[in-house]
Write a protein that binds this ligand. Structure first.
Ligand code: GLV
Length: 312
């Protein structure tokens, strides 16, 4: 069986091979652009951003594995073989890591870690009171998938009140939930720190913009760990300058890498992180993909399948 890989660059292949040798012995792991590879011999593909049209040229392909939780860069391929399972990469470690990142980001806003970092860069002893106590502000999570649920549980473990919004109604113990367009404004009005964990779909494109930000309580915080295409960065910066937002932790951008001349880099109320919110290790991802391949080989359905109707 052959698995072709395009994730992390060719330099990462040796590492992928070593991990797959551990979790799926017998699987031949090859680089995407390996000139000696016969396209008709490829069974599985593990990819982050394949060139459009390339997957359609693998006639024996049986499933496609995204190397991330969001497979928007794969689904954007107009020639994507839509009859094949497209599996999102959500190993348990990914949700734990995202939960840790969200807790870190919310606590960073509560303590104004950005201000402390700026002071340290200038060797300044800037003694100040934390802008707010985390447990006194309600965090509103948009997107209650595996990552949103884990983040909610971990925030609650820190004593932080959490509400949630999702496309369809979800029951989450200890979390007041809101669903659909009709309940979005009521949710936003209560979200003193907004965490965006939505997938990139046509519906979420450009969502984090002035009309939404204006619905938040004045001085809200923003943690953006969805996708860069969901945000209008000038609107976020304007909301920060106007005091509508008090601080933002932004992990995703469009384009990435964030260009060096972006005003987000130097904005005093923005913490920029380089799309690392949930970065499971290659070993964790190889174990997950190997498990999914074993299920497929047994004729079972793997978890976390992309749905073209839902768009994620
Ligand atoms: C990262 O953004 C991912 O989709 O895993």
């Amino acid at each position: 069986m052959i698995l072709v890989v395009k994730s992390g660059g060719e330099a990462a292949l040796a590492e992928w091979r070593a991990h797959f040798a551990e979790f799926a012995p017998g699987l031949d792991c090859r680089w995407w652009d390996d000139p000696s590879l016969d396209p008709a011999a490829v069974d599985y593909a593990l990819v982050w951003d394949p060139e459009p049209g390339r997957l359609a040229r693998l006639p024996r392909l049986r499933a496609i594995f995204g190397s991330g939780a969001g497979v928007d860069a794969i689904a954007a391929d107009p020639d994507l073989p839509r009859h094949l399972p497209l599996v999102r990469c959500v190993p348990p470690e990914a949700t734990q890591r995202m939960g840790e990142f969200v807790c870190w980001a919310v606590l960073s806003l509560a303590r104004d870690a950005r201000r402390m970092a700026r002071a340290q860069a200038g060797s300044a002893w800037d003694y100040f009171e934390a802008p707010f106590a985390a447990a006194e502000r309600t965090v509103g999570i948009m997107g209650l998938g595996a990552m949103g649920l884990r983040s909610a549980a971990m925030l609650r473990g820190l004593g932080i009140p959490v509400i949630g919004w999702s496309r369809t109604q979800k029951d989450v113990p200890g979390v007041e939930t809101f669903a659909g367009e009709g309940e979005r404004d009521a949710f936003l009005a209560r979200a003193e720190v907004l965490v965006c964990l939505l997938p990139a779909t046509p519906q979420t494109q450009g969502l984090i913009a002035a009309p939404l930000l204006d619905r938040l309580p004045r001085g809200a915080g923003l943690v953006q760990v969805g996708r860069g295409v969901q945000q209008v960065l000038p609107d976020i910066l304007a909301a920060l300058d106007a005091g509508q937002l008090s601080g933002a932790v932004l992990d995703v951008f469009e384009p990435e890498p964030l260009p060096p001349d972006s005003p987000a880099w130097t904005h005093p109320r923005v913490t920029v992180t380089p799309h690392v919110g949930s970065l499971p290790s290659r070993r964790e991802r190889a174990r997950y993909v190997a498990g999914c391949i074993a299920r497929l080989e047994r004729g079972e359905t793997p978890p976390n399948l992309y749905s073209p109707e839902r768009g994620y």
